[in-house]
Design a protein around this ligand. Structure first.
Ligand code: C5P
Length: 396
């Protein structure tokens, strides 16, 4: 049931807009209060009068409407709901959201809000598969926007493929699932991600090729299961996900301090590629050529964050480490699990030929107390969802 829930429904301008009428009815049947917003494109497909009648509510249409602004300003409107549902979310609306544009009421509400947003995309299959839409979708997912669909099937334009608006019962189920508690609701998980930068002098550093993609996907997957996530990230190429507490660090030492400060936690997932060594004689001035030949760097060992967390008195119930190996993956990862004192190791083969380091896919072996499980190659997002589900089962 959706009683006591207010849903701001933004109806985009696509042929699927007519289904928003049915959607309003079904949401209201379940007790939700629906406040509708129409884009000017949507008005070409459904009339404000029919939307208003079904929603039993005023319809909001214009950014610069003096009456509307006097009654409820657009900022207040954007924050007055428990969920903003965009259905249908057109390619154009998604692009505006991803780009942070605010040139009409719908896009301004979406930019001004701090309320969770769910999109139900609907568009022609070519538009859905276009690299621009793929990029925008990745941006929106990184921002923590929830999504239902689209589905695959025959389209109004006569083509067949992915891009159909999810059937109304499917959208309603996704909305109900959003309001239901997740298996990790009330749990705190600390995730480390990305590389570390170890200073040589004020302008130079030692780094590694970690993109932060797997750690970022994991934080998003844990968030989606209801966890409160503290995301401690080094200088990664991938932007941190929305809806998590982000702590940005540079060096391994800073990461160790941030992780300690984030405790206690129910689980810790250490996906960062932490430098094993730092430069002990890092200069506080830029090293100059010709000052007596090549500089000699002296290295000192960095704190092992994973081992420290695993052996701490207030240790999380589950500590998960990662192992990037180039050969004998299972043997090395199994030994690493014992050495570090963590519960699980997620091991992967990062040999150059695999394309895993910095790529979109991963092929991992999960080492637990009972042995090694080889998972098939899949996207880093899917790997993250599977791992998050296993973490939830373990903490249950
Ligand atoms: O020993 P190795 O670097 O291969 O171990 C990898 C695992 O240990 C990863 O989970 C990584 O985040 C963690 N680690 C750490 N602190 C270090 C080195 C590695 O937490 N100084």
């Amino acid at each position: 049931m959706l009683s006591d829930k207010t849903i701001l429904l933004i109806i985009g301008g696509g042929i699927a807009a007519f289904r928003a009428l049915e959607l309003i009815r079904r949401l209201r049947e379940r007790g939700a209060k629906v406040t509708p917003v129409l884009t000017s494109g949507a008005e070409e497909f459904v009339t404000p009068l029919s939307v208003s009648a079904l929603a039993a509510s005023k319809v909001y249409r214009n950014l610069f409407d003096l009456t509307d602004e006097a009654e409820m300003g657009h900022i207040e409107l954007s924050r007055s709901a428990d969920l903003i549902l965009v259905a249908p979310a057109t390619a154009n609306l998604m692009a505006k959201m991803a780009g942070g544009m605010a040139d009409d009421l719908a896009s301004t509400l979406l930019l001004a809000t701090d309320t969770p947003v769910m999109i139900a995309p609907a568009m022609n299959v070519r538009m859905w598969e276009h690299p621009a839409t793929r990029r925008n979708l990745a941006t929106l997912e990184g921002d923590g926007i929830r999504r239902v669909g689209p589905d695959e099937g025959p389209m109004a334009c006569g083509e067949y493929g992915a891009g159909r608006l999810t059937e109304v019962p499917g959208i309603v189920a996704a909305v109900e699932a959003f309001f239901a508690d997740g298996p990790l609701t009330g749990r705190h998980v600390v995730v480390t991600s990305g590389p570390t930068h170890e200073a040589i002098d004020p302008v130079r550093y030692i780094a590694n090729r970690s993109s932060g993609a797997q750690g970022t996907a994991l934080a998003a997957a844990l968030r989606d299961l209801g966890a409160r996530v503290t995301f401690v990230t080094g200088p990664a190429r991938v932007a941190p996900p929305g809806g998590v507490d982000v702590v940005r660090v540079e060096s391994a030492a800073e990461m160790a301090t941030a992780v300690a400060a984030a405790m206690p936690a129910d689980a810790a997932v250490m996906a960062a590629a932490v430098a094993d060594w730092r430069v002990a004689n890092a200069g506080d001035r830029k090293l100059k050529k010709g000052d007596g030949g090549a500089p000699e760097l002296v290295f000192a060992e960095n704190p092992d964050i994973l081992a420290t967390v695993s052996r701490a008195a207030d240790r999380p119930a589950l500590v998960v480490g990662f192992a990037a190996e180039t050969h004998d993956v299972v043997a090395h990862a199994t030994a690493k699990r014992a050495r570090k004192g963590c519960d699980w190791i997620v091991a992967n083969d990062v040999s150059p030929g695999t394309g895993i380091m910095g790529g979109a896919e991963n092929a991992v072996t999960l080492i637990t107390e009972t042995g090694a499980e080889e998972w098939p190659r899949m996207s880093k997002a899917e790997t993250a969802r599977r791992l998050a589900t296993r973490i939830a089962e373990r903490l249950a």
